[in-house]
Unconditional design. Structure first.
Length: 217
């Protein structure tokens, strides 16, 4: 998958859009093809702003929770080494790539957005790792040992995923900066780390505090 393909995805909503290789400050060990803020030499037009809000290219930013969980996996590889890992809502793929670099036997990146899966493929190639792509959680392969998920609870309607994940696999690793109380005692907090979305979206400070949780059978 080429960076030019990612540029084409971006330009569906932002005519000036393009990606560039950068290293998120919260996990600088993993380079990624991400949105290039240098294209924004002036303010967005009304039509551009409307298009970006209507169909945001989430995959073109590396969110704080993804950076933190990826860095944590690289520092704590025992959680995924020699295991079959599924990264849910993979986005740019940084967590999936970290799991592969940490020694996972196989990594499956799962995301509904075809553009996200193209980004995962491009970013995996950039980091010289192999990642399997999956566009449907219901069609995931059997035998998953670990689910990783970062920033998937931003919508309250997604909260039932906490139970769904625990019912599906022996181990769940979750990172989130939007929800202070998961409301599920099976998830034990492992760490709290400060990070910012990359490129920086100047979000509220409360969204820069990432909590990592683990749930195990």
């Amino acid at each position: 998958m080429s960076p030019e393909c990612l540029d084409q995805h971006l330009r569906k909503t932002l005519s000036r859009g393009r990606v560039a290789v950068s290293r998120p400050a919260g996990c600088s060990r993993i380079p990624l093809h991400l949105f290039d803020p240098l294209v924004l030499e002036g303010p967005l037009s009304h039509d551009e702003a409307q298009a970006v809000v209507a169909e945001p290219a989430y995959w073109s930013f590396c969110w704080a929770s993804g950076q933190v969980l990826a860095s944590w996996l690289l520092d704590n590889p025992g959680w995924v080494a020699d295991k079959r890992v599924l990264d849910f809502g993979s986005g740019s793929g940084i967590v999936a790539i970290a799991a592969a670099l940490a020694g996972a036997r196989e990594v499956i990146a799962c995301d509904l957005d075809p553009a996200s899966l193209d980004a995962v493929a491009a970013n995996a190639a950039l980091n010289e790792v192999s990642v399997t792509l999956c566009d449907d959680w219901q069609a995931r392969p059997d035998g998953i040992d670990v689910i990783t998920a970062a920033d998937v609870l931003y919508d309250p309607a997604n909260r039932p995923l906490l139970q769904v994940f625990r019912n599906a696999v022996p181990t769940v690793l979750l990172a989130d900066s939007r929800v202070r109380d998961l409301g599920d005692d099976a998830y034990e907090q492992q760490a709290i780390v400060e990070a910012r979305t990359w490129p920086d979206l100047n979000e509220f400070e409360e969204f820069n505090r990432v909590r990592i949780y683990a749930a195990q059978i």
